[in-house]
Design a protein around this ligand. Structure first.
Ligand code: FES
Length: 87
């Protein structure tokens, strides 16, 4: 029986030892999305330096998908976009 995480509610299979980013990329999910026409997140550096792959985790703090091991039942989605006018 394979393990699955969920990206925007869609089940994504992963292999033992894979990161979230590896599972999403293997499933063809490249654009990690931002709502409200913000710039799309994506895996860029793959080593935790660029923050391009940060995703929302249901019930927990956001994580870097390239560093975080996939876990069965994990529910993920894009970060809320707060817009370029903030800060
Ligand atoms: S891809 Fe750069 S921090 Fe994950």
């Amino acid at each position: 029986m394979s393990s699955h995480l969920f990206w925007n509610g869609v089940p994504i299979a992963f292999e033992p030892g894979e990161t979230i980013a590896a599972a999403l990329l293997r499933a063809g999910i490249v654009d990690l999305g931002r709502p409200d026409d913000g710039p799309g997140g994506r895996v860029f550096c793959g080593i935790g330096a660029c923050q391009g792959c940060v995703v929302t985790v249901a019930g927990a703090a956001p994580v870097e998908a390239c560093l975080t091991p996939a876990r069965d039942g994990l529910r993920l989605g894009p970060l809320p976009w707060i817009g370029a006018d903030h800060g």
